[in-house]
Design a protein around this ligand. Structure first.
Ligand SMILES: [Zn+2]
Ligand SMILES: [Zn+2]
Length: 381
């Protein structure tokens, strides 16, 4: 459903071209990305306003629209708003040039072709170390940061006295200075930033004392960082618009928190799987036993059957790290390390020899081969 163009711009059907321009200019100011950040809704509204403006400011298109409505424009071929797909395209097309006249200044009262007055704040990157448990299940941390933020006294307006803001007398508020340069090839007109106001188009006689008229001050902030469950070492979290404040009313930068996960004394992490090692005695391996295994969820009992082999791996399903931003968890792999006793007494040795004599090759017939090959990377870290 397309809205009526007159309604979009908020003008009457009898409005003349200058009213249409005025209405569009007002909307453009409201919806400008420097004011709204990157608000997709503002972008949509601006596109709609631009389309309405293109039609209502063009006598022929407007006649067609008045007579046949939106349908008439579609049939007529010259689709309104066509060709512009990107917000910035539209802005450049309309405001990059001298669309509204007015001596080299765009509708925002700034010198044309110069955008340095409003700059986006810098991105800030912090690092945060957490432990494996926190990486697995998520955690909330307070992080201290020092950055340029909007001045708390003037709220970024750079002065507390609005009356002290004056249009720059040297450039008439355009922020631009034109100079004529003579060369053997002729005269060139150059447009540069006005040196008096540094291109800002205005002067402030009573700058805010707190920020010295900068609109930003260095501030100490505490930021609450919610670490999502399943995060891995080296991943970055982005906090939109939490970075430095922009200059001259520009949008703020983003804050990034780089996560490092401290090594765990017992667990290795392999993707979302956890690997750990458990020592059992030769006798336990031969007779079978129940062991207690430390997992992210605490101790867990694991039954080992008789004849458990060195290097065998027990897999505890879904006891690993939860997947980041999706359901399910990795597994916990327990590598069984069979210990062989040392420093035996003569009596113990005799027992083992007797035992060995009773034990034929059929007792060493391994059903599963190659286990060690599969998990040997665990030993070579
Ligand atoms: Zn201030
Ligand atoms: Zn100036």
């Amino acid at each position: 459903m397309k809205r009526d163009y007159y309604e979009v711009l908020g003008v009457t059907r009898g409005a003349d071209v200058s009213d249409v321009k005025k209405a569009y200019r007002r909307l453009a100011r409201e919806l400008h990305p420097d004011v709204n950040g990157h608000d997709p809704q503002a972008e949509e509204k601006f596109k709609e306003a631009t389309e309405a403006y293109e039609v209502l400011s063009d006598a022929q298109k407007r006649r067609t629209y008045d007579t046949y409505g939106h349908e008439g424009l579609r049939r007529g071929g010259g689709t309104a708003g066509g060709g512009f797909t990107d917000f910035s395209d539209i802005f450049d097309a309309f405001f990059g040039g001298d669309m509204f006249g007015g001596g080299g200044a765009d509708i925002f009262g700034r010198a044309t072709g110069r955008r340095s007055r409003t700059t986006r704040g810098r991105d800030v990157t912090l690092s945060l170390q957490i432990d494996l448990q926190e990486a697995a299940f998520g955690a909330s941390h307070e992080v201290e940061v020092e950055l340029l933020d909007t001045c708390p006294v003037c709220g970024g307006a750079r002065t507390t006295d609005p009356a002290s803001v004056k249009s720059c007398p040297d450039c008439g508020g355009t922020g631009a200075r034109r100079s004529v340069r003579s060369t053997p090839l002729g005269q060139f007109i150059q447009t540069g930033a006005c040196p008096t106001c540094r291109g800002e188009g205005q002067t402030i006689s009573q700058p805010c004392e707190e920020c010295k008229g900068q609109g930003r001050t260095r501030q100490h902030k505490t930021i609450e960082v919610d670490v999502p469950a399943g995060i891995a070492d080296g991943q970055r979290l982005r906090f939109a618009a939490q970075g430095e404040a922009g200059a001259g009313g520009g949008p703020p930068g983003d804050l990034y928190v780089e996560i490092s996960v401290a090594p765990h004394p017992e667990f290795e992490r392999d993707g979302d799987d956890i690997l750990s090692r458990k020592d059992i005695t030769m006798v336990e391996a031969a007779l079978g036993t129940t062991i207690s295994v430390a997992t992210l969820d605490g101790e867990e009992e694991v039954v080992l059957p008789p004849g458990t082999q060195p290097g065998e791996v027990k897999v505890l399903r879904a006891r690993g790290v939860p997947h980041l931003r999706r359901s399910g968890r990795g597994d916990h792999h327990v590598l069984l390390n069979v210990m062989v006793p040392q420093d035996l007494t003569a009596a113990q040795k005799d027992l083992l020899r007797d035992f060995d004599e009773s034990c034929g090759p059929e007792h060493y017939d391994l059903k599963e081969e190659g286990i060690f090959q599969r998990i040997k990377h665990l030993f070579t870290r």
